[in-house]
Design a protein around this ligand. Structure first.
Ligand SMILES: NC(=O)c1ccc[n+]([C@@H]2O[C@H](COP(=O)([O-])OP(=O)(O)OC[C@H]3O[C@@H](n4cnc5c(N)ncnc54)[C@H](OP(=O)(O)O)[C@@H]3O)[C@@H](O)[C@H]2O)c1
Length: 328
């Protein structure tokens, strides 16, 4: 049996990627084989396929950090043939062959039973971004975050993580402020649950080590100067979830926000989340944390052939919401 797969070759500082025909024996080892129906486009996918980020630990690998589908072969006690499942992150397209293929072979500890209440398509509209936003919520609330602390500011708000974080935190009862560079999407962000929208161009970030406390907490997929500003403007005991780096990996801050306001900077890593917590969070995403506006968050549905254009748009900072990939 041969099938189509979008495979990335990354050697000696050169990267090329494209559709190839593979067979199961070409895929990395695993005890569960999934017939994939849907995948999605993430910033990490764009970095991996273009070589703009060093994501692959070895080469070649099939791209795609997310996948949903049906189990067609399993030697695991946990999953049976016919089970609907999903995998997000967990080393796909980093250590193991990923989800941009009609068949995906993985280790059972990466696999999550599709939560009741979610279709495979909805699971991929959500994908790694919803999981990451929910993991941020989980870690912040473990650290006592609650709506009484004040508004949660979500940066990179029109992106995948951003839109899902706006929806999930609003659903959970927080006042949400969306920070975006795209004025034209202000109304959409409000429809997702943002109480207010701040425009990046209109921000005055100031330079003092501590500035007026504005935020009860923050969900940041941007990094760089914005993250430093969040540290200066988060109120007492607030939590900042550091998720992404689209504006830069550097962070220049002083210790004052930490030692004078007791703020917490929480690192969020979806890829290496332990299986038990991963499954617990996905269960919540099918229940009380299910985003209310997935129909507005999905921006486009593409085929495997259209991946290169989607990566280009994403790396140019022009993508909106979620792009879902129809496999097969
Ligand atoms: N830690 C984890 O486990 C984890 C999981 C998922 C994603 N991530 C990371 O989170 C980040 C976002 O991922 P994503 O999939 O949501 O990407 P995305 O859909 O491309 O969204 C990124 C958003 O950031 C904003 N942005 C882009 N360039 C910017 C710049 N130069 N300065 C400030 N803002 C900029 C844009 O939104 P606005 O115009 O609305 O500001 C853009 O839509 C990436 O760095 C990704 O690698 C990390």
């Amino acid at each position: 049996m041969s099938f189509r797969a979008y495979r990335i070759h990354s050697d000696n500082n050169t990267t090329h990627a494209g559709l190839e025909r593979l067979s199961l024996s070409d895929l990395s080892a695993g005890n569960v084989v999934i017939n994939a129906s849907w995948s999605s486009v993430n910033y990490k996918d764009a970095l991996a396929a273009t070589g703009q980020g060093k994501i692959l630990r070895h080469s070649p690998l099939v791209g795609g950090i997310d996948v949903a589908g049906v189990v067609i072969d399993s030697s695991s006690d946990e999953f049976l043939v016919g089970d609907e499942v999903l995998v997000t992150g967990a080393g796909l397209s980093e250590v193991y062959d990923g989800g941009y293929a009609e068949y995906v072979r993985v280790h059972s500890e990466c696999v999550v039973a599709l939560p009741k209440g979610l279709s495979p398509f909805e699971a991929m509209v959500m994908g790694t971004p919803a999981f990451t936003a929910a993991l941020a919520l989980h870690r912040m609330e473990e650290n006592r975050q609650n709506p009484s602390y004040g508004p949660i500011v979500v940066t990179g708000a029109s992106g995948g993580v951003g839109m899902l974080a706006v929806d999930i935190f609003a659903t959970r009862g927080y006042e949400v402020v969306a920070l975006t560079g795209k004025k034209e999407h202000s109304a959409l962000l409000q429809q997702l649950g943002a109480n207010r929208v701040l425009l990046r161009d209109e921000l005055t970030m100031g330079k003092a080590a501590l500035e007026q406390g504005l935020w009860g907490g923050a969900v940041d997929s941007v990094g760089g100067d914005i993250l430093a500003w969040l540290a200066r403007t988060t109120k007492e005991r607030g939590n900042i979830a550091s998720i992404g780096l689209v504006a830069g990996a550097e962070l220049q801050t002083s210790v004052l926000p930490f030692i004078l306001r007791s703020i917490n900077l929480l690192g969020i890593s979806s890829a290496n989340c332990p299986a038990t917590l991963r499954r617990k969070i996905w269960k919540r995403l099918g229940n009380e944390l299910k985003p209310q506006h997935l129909d507005k968050i999905v921006h486009s549905v593409i085929s495997l052939d259209e991946l290169p254009q989607a990566f280009e748009t994403m790396l140019a900072g022009k993508s909106i919401g979620r792009t879902v990939v129809k496999i097969g």
